[in-house]
Design a protein around this ligand. Sequence first.
Ligand code: ACM
Length: 660
Amino acid sequence: MHRLIQPLTVIATLLVALPFNGLCAQHSIIPRPAEMSQQDGEFEVTAETRILAAPGLESKGRQLADWLESVTGLKLQVVSDSDSAENTISLKLDPALAHLGEEGYSLTVRPGGVVIRASKPAGVFYGLQSLRQLLPHEGIGRTVRCVTIKDAPRFSWRGFMLDEARYFKGMDVVKSLLDEMALLKMNVFHWHLTDDQGWRIEIKKYPKLTEIGSRRKDSQVGGWNSDKFAGVPHEGFYTQEEVKEIVAYAEQLHIQIVPEIEMPGHASAAIASYPELGTQREPIEVPTRFGKHYPCYNAADENVYRILNEILDEVVGLFPSEVIHIGGDEVRFDHWKQSKDIAELMKREGLKTSADVQIYFTNRISRDIEKKGRRMMGWNEILGDDLHGFLKDGQTRSAATLSPSAIVHFWKGNPELAERAIREGHDVVNSWDAYTYLDYGYQSVSVQRSYSFDPVFKGLAPEYYEKVKGFGCQMWGEWIPTKVDMETRVYPRIAACAEVGWTPLDRKDYVGFVQRLENLTKRWDRLGIHYDRKSWPYTSKELEQIPVAGTWEPTQIQEKAVDLRWDVSKQIDGPGIYDVVLVYNRGAHGIDLHEVALLQDGETIALDAHEGFAGGQNRNIIYRLKVDACLPDAVYSLRAKVSGSGGTRSWGSVHLRRFR
Ligand code: ACM
């Protein structure tokens, strides 16, 4: 049930053309804070402004001074004490704010100065990120409108994954991503460092992992079924010194790096380096084709467990993260099924299926990781469900169960699998591919779709909410050889994802987000970060211009779902992609939106069936309709299935225009 709504909504404000430009500059924090109110007056950063950092926060003070210098040229003094709070940016630890959690903070801007308080340094750090975004153009402007913010994240796990196993990107790219993550208050960098096509981290005890495993002769290009190759070798890896540098860099940004060392599948690069790790024990090359390969670690061989343990010892020594990710996805069981060793293991341990063998393997690794004082995480195949039909004989897990301490990283399959995992005691991070895979094209995972994601599984009993630790978005690397390819997929969707992870559900507002994005793009322009400008439909100015195609009023609305219809024959002027925006204008109730269709002479020819809400907090109010062909004399009408939210007193307008 939605709360009663405020008469002036963001979109109504937009469409009646209030002066939102000034508003934009001051209200552009992404992710949107939990509570924020604006007051009259402003604070100006000048050469005399001092940063007053309380004991324990000196490094935060210096970070702020460095950021401000890089964008304004002003070299501000950082002091630990001051007779006067006038013209200061003051950073304080305040145990009274413990209720906001370790990452929550309060920020007040008054004409005389700025105060950021939090119970822990992480909270102060996030207050600083909000302040950076409040300065117009992220610091190039020097005045901040007076404001009061109280803020804390919705989830403790706000992740971004980079796959460098497929293409090595290097330190500068990683540091730039960490910078952007920090500004967006994301706190987990999940680093996919090993896979079939490359091993990217130096392991001193097993040097061939990088001597052999970090190099491949060529790379498939053009998609999964393509027979084309780039015609050039690819290589690259991080030395342990470089890993340490990146870990330290991330630590300063309050980002934990969770390394992913894939096992038992996606292991060809390791098996090419040390064939004794596999069941076939034959030399192989690091694959040049992408996709899922057959080699996997021999789960029956104690020597393999010893080697993996020694590798993990070095990994644990490099990464302070509580969590170590072991992948576990997409294991092709063919080699195990052909292996005498595995058959003997199954007999000895009473394992009935290959899924059981994977669970046996994963439980052993999980115990080893626990002995090292850490916790294991893996993709949801570690639960033993046959997501890909690789078991072939319809088997799935039998008696074997995964240790409840394992964190399940949900990415594919029926969300009920994740719910079952939660009921079985697992913590879950939700990275459902249909919303969070940033390597997917914008046609399938639009900015709006990313934004609409709710990591809490629909229908999950409230007592289990706290088992959903958060969400991750993923940048898989098969088809993104360059930094430009990668950035144009990451940006702007990572910003939408950041808001998914931080902002309370009832504060999310896609149209407002699109407005706020404009400030961020100015930063990206300044830094030369590539983003796909066509991927989100409108700038705020453009939104104002969308023609009205019809209206609704209370007599048409019911609390049950009804169809509203408008004749749009004049507006449909050829094939293309049309956007329909449903805008609440006034009244005590918003409307829940279920689907929007375009009808040609009464027949549906285009449909967008996502859920949305037009009201005080708009959600997903833009519907996109693809029209393949038009008839010159046909009658076109729009049909919107809607229901009044808690009542029927709602007035609004429907806007339509051709997007492309
Ligand atoms: C995955 O996308 N294979 C986790």
